[in-house]
Design a protein around this ligand. Structure first.
Ligand code: TRP
Ligand code: SF4
Length: 328
C-alpha cells in the first residue's frame, strides 16, 4: 500500500454543526480511499482551555466519535481514535518541547487571540502555550504527509513543519514535513447571517431534530430587501441561498434564484425546499447516530480497535525517533 498518509483531528468542544460537516467532515469522508487516513478526537487539546471541567470533555469526546462515524468515516477504511488512548502522543510531545523555541509559540496568531477571547478562565498555562507542540506530535507521530485543515490552522501547521525540520536536522531524518490539504469552502452562514458558529448561537447542529431544523430555517434571516412578498430579492446576499448552494440540486438553485429575483416565489417557498434538502442530507446521519447510541459497546469497541491501530503506528515512529536521538 503506497497511499500517502493523512491525519486530522478535532477538539471535542461541543456539538458539531452544518458548518463543521460541510467545512471538514465531508472532505474527510471523501478522501478516505485516496489516502491512508487517521482521524482522531483531540481530547487533550480540549483540556488546554477546558481543564476546569474534564468530565465534560470526556463526554463530548464520545459524542464527537459518534459524529465522525455517523457522517461516514469508516473504521474499516480509516483509523479512528481518541488522542488520550494513545499516550505516545504525550511522549513525543515532551521530546519535541525540548527543541521548540518559545518565540515560535508566542508568535502564533491564535495564541494571543484566544487569550483575549477567553476571559472567564485563566489560560495562561504551559499547556496552552504548547498547544502547537502537541499538535505537531499528533501529526508527525504518524509520519503524516498531509493534514486537511482550514486556513485558520495554517500557522499551526507552519510551526509543525518547522519543528519537524528542526528535529530532522538535529538528530536525522525521521519526520516528513507535513503539508496542509486546504479545503477552500466559502463560509457557511448561520441563522443570523454571520459565520455559523457555536459561540454565536446561530447554528444548525447535526444532532438537532427534524422539527428543530425546520423551525430554525424558518426563522433564518433572508435578504433584508425582501420585506414584502412582492419585493424582489438578491439570492447572493441571502444566507438561506448560501445554504441552498450546499444542499440543493442545480435545478433547484436556478429556480429559487430566478424566483427570488423576480419575486415569483416567497421566502417561505424557498425555505421549504431548503428544509426538505437539509433533512434529506441529515437523515442518514440521524439514523446512524441512533444505531450507535443504542449500542455503546460497539462504540467503545470501535474506539479501542482504532486506538490500538494508531498505537501500533505511533510506537513504531517513537522507536525511530528515540533511535535517531541515541536514546533507544
Ligand atoms: N487544533 C485542531 C482543532 O481545530 C485539533 C487538532 C489537534 C488537530 N491536533 C491536530 C488538527 C492535528 C489537525 C492535526 O480543533
Ligand atoms: Fe433568500 Fe430565498 Fe427569500 Fe430569496 S427567496 S431572499 S434566496 S430566502
Amino acid at each position: 500500500m503506497d497511499k500517502k498518509r493523512v491525519l486530522s483531528g478535532m477538539q471535542p468542544s461541543g456539538r458539531l454543526h452544518l458548518g463543521n460537516l460541510i467545512g471538514a467532515l465531508k472532505n474527510w469522508v471523501e478522501i478516505q480511499d485516496r489516502y491512508d487516513c487517521f482521524y482522531f478526537v483531540a481530547d487533550w487539546h480540549a483540556l488546554t482551555t477546558g481543564y476546569t471541567n474534564p468530565s465534560a470533555i470526556k463526554e463530548s469526546a464520545l459524542d464527537l466519535l459518534v459524529n465522525f462515524l455517523s457522517a461516514g468515516i469508516d473504521p474499516d477504511r480509516s483509523t479512528i481514535f481518541i488522542q488520550s488512548m494513545v499516550p505516545e502522543h504525550a511522549e513525543l510531545h515532551i521530546l519535541l518541547s525540548m527543541i521548540t523555541p518559545l518565540g515560535w509559540l508566542e508568535r502564533v496568531p491564535t495564541y494571543k487571540e484566544k487569550q483575549q477571547e477567553i476571559q472567564d478562565r485563566d489560560i495562561n498555562s504551559y499547556g496552552f502555550l504548547g498547544y502547537p507542540v502537541l499538535q505537531t506530535a499528533d501529526i508527525v507521530i504518524y509520519r503524516a504527509n498531509y493534514v486537511p485543515v482550514g486556513v485558520d490552522q495554517v500557522p499551526h501547521l507552519e510551526i509543525s513543519r518547522e519543528i519537524a525540520r528542526r528535529f530532522n536536522s538535529l538528530y536525522g531524518e525521521v519526520f516528513p514535513e507535513p503539508e496542509a490539504l486546504l479545503t477552500e469552502f466559502p463560509k457557511v452562514l448561520g441563522l443570523d447571517g454571520r459565520k455559523m458558529s457555536k459561540s454565536y448561537d446561530n447554528a444548525i447542529y447535526l444532532g438537532d431534530s427534524e422539527e428543530l431544523v425546520g423551525q430554525k430555517i424558518k426563522t433564518m434571516m433572508t435578504d433584508p430587501a425582501r420585506v414584502r412578498r412582492s419585493d424582489r430579492g438578491d439570492p447572493e446576499v441571502c444566507p438561506v441561498y448560501q445554504l441552498h448552494k450546499f444542499f440543493s440540486s442545480p435545478e433547484e438553485l436556478k429556480e429559487n434564484a430566478e424566483g427570488c429575483k423576480t419575486a415569483s416565489i416567497g421566502c417561505i417557498d424557498c425555505k421549504r425546499i431548503l428544509i426538505k434538502n437539509v433533512i434529506h442530507r441529515l437523515t442518514p446521519l440521524w439514523e446512524n447516530r441512533q444505531r450507535l447510541l443504542q449500542n455503546p459497546k460497539m462504540l467503545m469497541d470501535i474506539a479501542h480497535v482504532g486506538s490500538e491501530k494508531a498505537k501500533k503506528a505511533a510506537s513504531e515512529t517513537m522507536g525511530l525517533a528515540k533511535e535517531a536521538m541515541g536514546m533507544l
